[in-house]
Design a binder for this molecule. Sequence first.
Ligand SMILES: [Zn+2]
Length: 455
Amino acid sequence: MNLLLFSLFREKKRRRVVELTEKMVVDGGNGHTCDFFERSGPFTHPDFEPSTESLQFMLETCKILVIGAGGLGCELLKDLALSGFRNIHVVDMDTIDVSNLNRQFLFRPKDVGRSKAEVAADFINSRIPGCCVVPHYTKIQDLDETFYRQFHIIVCGLDSVVARRWMNGMLLSLLVYEDGVLDPGSIIPLIDGGTEGFKGNARVILPGMTACIDCTLELYPPQINFPMCTIASMPRLPEHCIEYVRMLLWPKETPFGDGVALDGDDPEQIQWVYQRSLERAAEFNITGVTYRLTQGVVKRIIPAVASTNAVIAAACATEVFKIASSAYIPLNNYMVFNDVDGLYTYTFEAERKENCSACSQVPLDLRFAPSSKLQEVLDYLTESASLQMKSPAITATVEGKNKTLYLQSVASIEQRTRPNLSKTLKELGLTDGQELAVADVTTPQTMLFRLCFTS
Ligand SMILES: [Zn+2]
């Protein structure tokens, strides 16, 4: 298309958006969004009452928090801002990398190295009049309860299960119970989107009422692992050969020194793994080992697909709209999307887990023999599919004193408490029915467990 014509067309379109937005504000909205709120229909929410207030709420009052300004985050911000939401905050700790530019469309080559949250906010604010996106270039863990409490709805577009669980834990910690009854005013709905290649999911979580992230933790496999026998003796795929080098050759040959962990960002180390993987592949007549694939397997990179992000973000933004306007019944509560082969979607109601470690409010039982070692408890906390902790710190009250049994994150304390790992629970002075407090990066709250001795 003629370049000049194209830019004129674009300018015209932009002006139309401005006009529509201004119209919605100036005359209280005779635009189509307002009509939408002023009449009922066969599919509206049973509690929906046609009025002009819903639009006012959406435009003036409703405050949305978007977590993540990456692939999903860019889509979410665009969708929400164009839906009419104007008070939006966005949190992201990352800076823009050149590899983001193919799908994170709020960023340009000149933005590489800058904060994702800040650039995304600037872009939306300059493009959509009346919209005010406030960026937070920081970790979600650095913001506190008072910050999170100010929002009406929170949308997550994250690629990390740990961050998702932390956010889930934060919203659970904001719940207020009076005589055991949940105060609905303390609930902040969490809309969670996730994508992995051609697969994605969108879910609506009402903390304390519906299934939370930890209730369905078993749905997140810890990692894609190939069976060891395949890797060791029957490789069929190029990935098997790379895994063989990563898991078996690297610790055996220690090419970069004893105890040096493989660093997926070190080109020399990846080159070493690549060369050895090629040799392994040649032995079994397997083709397809490349440097890129090697790095992908080592860093466990799953290619991001722009269209999946677009679908999932659109579903999430629609849920935000439904909840903010009460115009329609929200998704109940878990939608999966997959277009690896054809196109498939399915919605089901994920159920709350009675003994969910995050939302059940009952201390979980840890069943161990008095002769079990503390190491076994630690292994259980990290390996159990329903807990999947990362670096749990365990404390207990022993003989009236609060005692740290093991803590990994501070080197000096780790060193001091490491000998406890090989001691038995009995030797540590722990008793049957004892409470153990466990802190972990997956939750902002300390979790309580009850130690139940088995014989
Ligand atoms: Zn739960």
